[in-house]
Ligand binder design. Structure first.
Ligand code: SF4
Length: 356
């Protein structure tokens, strides 16, 4: 591919235009598409809409496991034999204390995630109460993920001050029945539509490495564009012993980075987030994800640990990016160093315990 190919990708992204879908699929299949010029083109789009800022998210597993659904990638599903700590719901005090910690750690957004097919009315009311309290106490954006939801629930959460609702599409419609049989792709789409109709921002992401083709990934990126998705977490399937889908397919660091570029070109203004599997699949090329994505999770994921806070912040600073927070990444790094030197905190593990 010559330089005009990469320039056309960047120009279309900045102008909000689309190239044909076969061109986008070729980014993942055509060996003549080179990583560095592709990443440079994605960075041109990323910089145009997001500058050099990185939005840091911290996720809280408010409830874990005990799920009726059979999503084959998930250690909390009824189809998984993974050993995880199961609990139905953390207390309000614990969730609020963790919101405070997330704010103080520099998170722009605090994401509360509830396991399960759908949240019943009482849980929705408790979530609304939590959202109201967090928004009163901290200048932090709040996102909730609590399964399938109708418009009554999304409206209640919007009224409580919720900024965003997450519900991942995970894979293309053509693949969905292969990864889950207890609910449908349409159930997921309807939840996203209910969120949008209530005036909430939509967050919906994917998990790659589950057997999807390049064409299916393009279809998924297009669907998220059509839904005006503001935030797209890109997960790379993690090998979790006991899960039905234990092994990721095709996920070399180069392929993962090309997927991030693909989603940036098709969803140029979206907050593209490198999510679970960042450390595991990108390995030594992890920092390069910042050139296509403008967001990441800090402090690990739902059922797996990630890089420490200090290492994540250091990576952002070393690459010359800044974070969207009222504290700079440098200030937060200094704080991390002081905390780790304080008596009683002996190691990084003390600050970042494994979630299961
Ligand atoms: S992804 Fe959500 S709905 Fe599916 S098994 Fe896991 S917790 Fe349950």
């Amino acid at each position: 591919m010559d330089e005009h190919f990469y320039q056309a990708l960047a120009k279309a992204g900045i102008d909000g235009d689309l190239l044909d879908q076969a061109t986008y699929a070729s980014l993942l299949t055509d060996k003549s598409v080179k990583l560095m010029p592709l990443l440079n083109a994605a960075y041109t789009v990323r910089e145009h809409f997001h500058g050099k800022t990185v939005t840091v998210h911290i996720i809280n597993n408010v409830s874990n496991g005990l799920c009726s659904e059979d999503c084959n990638y998930c250690p909390q599903s009824k189809s998984s034999k993974a050993e995880i700590v199961e609990y139905s719901e953390k207390s309000k005090e614990e969730i609020l204390a963790e919101a405070k910690q997330a704010y103080e750690a520099g998170a722009f957004r605090y994401c509360m995630v509830y396991a399960g097919r759908r949240a019943r009315e009482q849980r929705i009311e408790r979530i609304a109460d939590l959202v109201r309290t967090i928004k009163e106490q901290y200048p932090i954006e709040v996102c909730v993920s609590a399964g399938i939801m109708d418009e009554k629930s999304t409206l209640l959460l919007k009224e409580a001050g919720l900024d965003r609702l997450n519900h991942n599409l995970n894979t293309s419609s053509s693949q969905y029945a292969k990864i889950c049989t207890t609910h449908t792709y349409t159930d997921r789409l309807n939840t996203l539509k209910a969120a949008r109709n209530a005036g909430l921002e939509v967050c919906s992401g994917i998990i790659t490495g589950m057997g999807e083709t390049a064409v299916e990934l393009v279809a998924l990126a297009m669907m998220l564009r059509n839904l005006e998705t503001k935030s797209i977490p890109i997960n790379f399937l993690l090998p979790i012993a006991g899960n039905k889908l234990e092994t990721a397919e095709n996920l070399t660091p180069e392929y993962c980075l090309k997927i991030l570029c693909l989603f940036r070109f098709i969803n140029p203004q979206a907050e593209i987030r490198t999510a679970a599997g960042r450390e595991y699949h990108l390995r030594s090329m992890e920092v390069m994800s910042l050139y296509a994505a403008n967001s990441l999770f800090m402090d690990g994921y739902l059922n797996t640990r990630g890089k420490s806070r200090k290492d994540t912040l250091q990576m952002i600073v070393d690459a010359g990016f800044t974070i969207k927070s009222d504290k700079s990444a440098e200030e937060l790094l200094l704080q991390e160093e002081e905390d780790s030197a304080a008596p009683g905190l002996k190691s990084d593990t003390d600050l970042h315990p494994a979630r299961n």
